[in-house]
Design a protein around this ligand. Sequence first.
Ligand code: SF4
Length: 460
Amino acid sequence: MSGAVPVGFRARAERATADAHLRGVLHNVTDRLIDARRVSQGHLDNSEELRRAARSMRDDIIRRLPDVLDRLATNVEANGGVVYFAADADEANAYIASVARRIGARSAVKGKSMATEETGLNEHLAAAGVDVVETDLGEWILQVGGDTPSHIVAPAIHLSRGDVRDLLQRVSDGELTDVPEELCAFARAVLRERFLRADLGITGCNVAVAETGSIVLVENEGNGRMSTSLPRVHVAVMGMERVVETWEQLDLIMALLPRAATGQDISVYVNQITGPRRVGEVDGPDEFHLVILDNGRSDLLAGPFREMLNCIRCGACLNTCPVYRQVGGHSYGWVYSGPMGAVLTPLLGDVEGSGELAGASTLCGACHEVCPVQIPLQDLLLALRRRSAADADLGERTAWRAWAEAWSRPSTYRATTWAAGAVGRVLPEAVFPDAWTDGRVVPRRPAGGSFRRRLRSGSV
Ligand code: SF4
């Protein structure tokens, strides 16, 4: 897609749904991810039991989050690491820039991190004179194209391999083909050189383990391992909820996360990092910093949206969502998309019009069905809709209340549906909002009679 990005979910979604190429690519990849998840999930004979256990484990950790984070920070420091609690994006960016300045960093390599997408770290470091290169293949492709992620696990999901070839051709002296192995080899050659001369490595953190002060990076490309072991300083950035207490709890997360994310029984790499390089160790950085990002999360701790902090960012709810599958991630307007993004964006993001995202759902519950920690996303979306309704003007609120009142009683329900059918038959189409009539024909009478009449006559 090209041209100015439209403002608002509805306009962006309209543009996306008109793009047949985008929809084809999205369906292709999300279908494959759904199938792979189903197969991998089938390798477990107790997946529902594990999901229930994961939900209760995450509930318990989030309820005691301040204590668990305290334990994590104490143990990271005991290992020789530095912990920085960042209240918001500005604090996180300023801290990382100060580390870069102190060590005289000119070049940084970065593993995939949605938390730093949240804070806009790359732009901040670029302004501070640090050249940051993304090293996750999908993220690097997007960086080359000046694009942003459209999926939390597969950031370049919206691009076909032809699109990728065209983008990488911009930075290649030779002619590239669209053969995936050749494109990967090209990326590897460019990125290897960047790993070797980077002063600073920046990564996210899939899960931190409080009992040993470790962080765990789940990945398939090895770029996380290179970003954390080659540069002399490593900074990891984690949302404050991305923590478990024990390795046993991590085990449960690892049984579910790769399966839900990419349909793998286990990812190719599971990096476990405990502090900077120790005496006698060959690899690893001189310094390890852990930035724990709040950025609005603590406001959720005591409220009705707390369960959203249980999210382990697997992306399964995006793949299965009938809305995401049509409109893609960019339509949501921020870092997070799909059902989890429709909940998180209005709560954490400073995004104009994000209130309308709660309406970007059929409430079919497919997201809840696949969520490895059983987050009731449809209930959270309904709660957001209720919150927006409370902000509606008096006239609108009165109208909805009257409707709810009428349809709560059989007699008034019958009377109003009869009246709607009778009036609908004679009303000119022009009185209906364009948004309804543009894409559908207004029915003039209930097809084959009303449901109630058909039920009485025994035809249903
Ligand atoms: S809400 Fe559930 S399914 Fe969606 S990304 Fe988070 S953990 Fe995965």
